[in-house]
Structures are given as structure tokens and as C-alpha cells.
Design a protein around this ligand. Structure first.
Ligand code: GRF
Length: 204
């Protein structure tokens, strides 16, 4: 299944997805495009090193979100993309784009949703004194950081943690989680029932 990864920055999650696909000939997603809204994103060079086509759609070149999202959608179609992974893509998408790609767009968020939607999740988790934190891969819906949860991974919060140490621990979990969640969804082992994701072969 032809898959695009949308990025804005360094692309460590993107790299973990590419590595998973390279390591397993049976990986159900084939990465056909890495698209960034920022021309300088480090992820672009990393993707190119792996022989993956890259594209830049600079949001600053568009008058509004609708125009940007239409260009994004057109570019995805041009590459025959069937599934989209957001991986540190720092733009809010319009409801139109989200609906157009409904159930064909995944996101990774650095918190155990529905806790800590939005930015600065590690700072907020530390401020609250929670003892478990983590990351979530979910299907994208128009409300930010909402949508059916495909998979989650938890990490402990330990004494002395700073936002940096905690985010490094969560990021390691992200790099394991995203390939797993994508593979569940792309293979059809994970399905939607009643706006909840169920995984076949799992259960009590
Ligand atoms: C990750 O923490 C991801 O969960 C969040 O943005 C960060 C992206 O990091 N949405 P990277 O670009 O994948 O290294």
C-alpha cells in the first residue's frame, strides 16, 4: 500500500518507519513519498538517502489553509498515495482534508491520549506529577489529537526527569510504536468498529 510520510522537522519517526520497511520484505506499507511543509526539514535529506521521493509544499506560499491543503492533496494523488502517516507534521489540517483522507491518515502524538493533547506534553506531564506517560498512534479526525486509537506505548516517569529526559524516553517508544501501529492498520489486522480500533487475533 503506497504510503506517504508528512514531516516538518528532523524526521526520527520517519526514519524508524523507513527502517522497519527496509528490514521486513513483508512490511505492508511501501513508502513512496516524504512530504514536508518546511523546505529545510532535516527529514528530507534523510528520506532521499533511502531513495525515497521527496516533495516540499511550503505553507508560506499559500494564502490560506484551504489552498495549502488542496495543494497537499493534489501532490499526494500525483504520487498515487493511498495512506498517509503524519510524523512530526506541525500544521493543522482543514476538516476537508481530514475527511478526504478519513481512515487513511495516521498520526503519532507524544502522550497517552486523550491526556495531553496539543504541544508541550512532557512539560505538562511533569507538572502534573503523573507516573506514566507515553505515545499514541491514532487515526486523524478534524479535532486535533483526537481519533480512534490504533496503539499506545507507556513509559515510566522517574524521579529527576526533565522534559528532555522524558521526551527522549517517549521518543524511543515512538520509534517502536509507529511501525507496529502502521503495520497493524496497513495490513488490515486492525479495523474500525464503532469508531474504535479492534485488532484481530487479540482479545481475552
Ligand atoms: C514526535 O515527538 C512526534 O510524536 C511529534 O513530533 C515529534 C516529531 O519528531 N508529533 P521527529 O521529527 O519524528 O523526530
Amino acid at each position: 500500500i503506497r504510503t506517504a510520510i508528512l514531516v516538518s522537522g528532523r524526521g526520527s519517526n520517519m526514519a524508524s518507519l523507513i527502517a522497519a520497511a527496509e528490514a521486513d520484505p513483508a512490511f505492508p506499507a511501501a513508502f513512496a513519498l516524504v512530504l514536508s511543509n518546511r523546505p529545510g526539514a532535516g527529514a528530507l535529506a534523510r528520506a532521499a538517502e533511502h531513495g525515497i521521493e521527496t516533495a516540499v509544499i511550503d505553507h508560506k506560499a499559500y494564502p490560506d489553509r484551504e489552498a495549502f491543503d488542496r495543494a497537499l492533496d493534489a501532490r499526494l494523488r500525483e504520487s498515487g498515495i493511498e495512506l498517509v502517516c503524519l510524523a512530526g507534521f506541525m500544521r493543522l489540517l482543514t476538516p476537508w482534508l481530514v475527511e478526504t483522507w478519513r481512515d487513511r491518515m495516521l498520526n503519532i502524538h507524544p502522550a497517552l491520549l486523550p491526556s495531553y493533547k496539543g504541544l508541550h506534553t512532557h512539560e505538562r506531564a511533569l507538572a502534573d506529577g503523573v507516573k506514566l506517560h507515553g505515545c499514541t498512534v491514532h487515526l486523524v479526525r478534524s479535532e486535533m489529537d483526537a481519533g480512534p486509537i490504533v496503539a499506545q506505548a507507556a513509559v515510566p516517569v522517574v524521579t529527576g526527569d526533565t522534559p528532555d529526559t522524558l521526551s527522549a524516553r517517549v521518543l524511543e517508544a515512538e520509534h517502536r510504536l509507529y511501525p507496529l501501529a502502521l503495520s497493524l492498520w496497513a495490513s488490515g489486522r486492525a479495523k474500525l468498529e464503532d469508531e474504535k480500533v479492534v485488532v484481530s487475533g487479540e482479545g481475552a
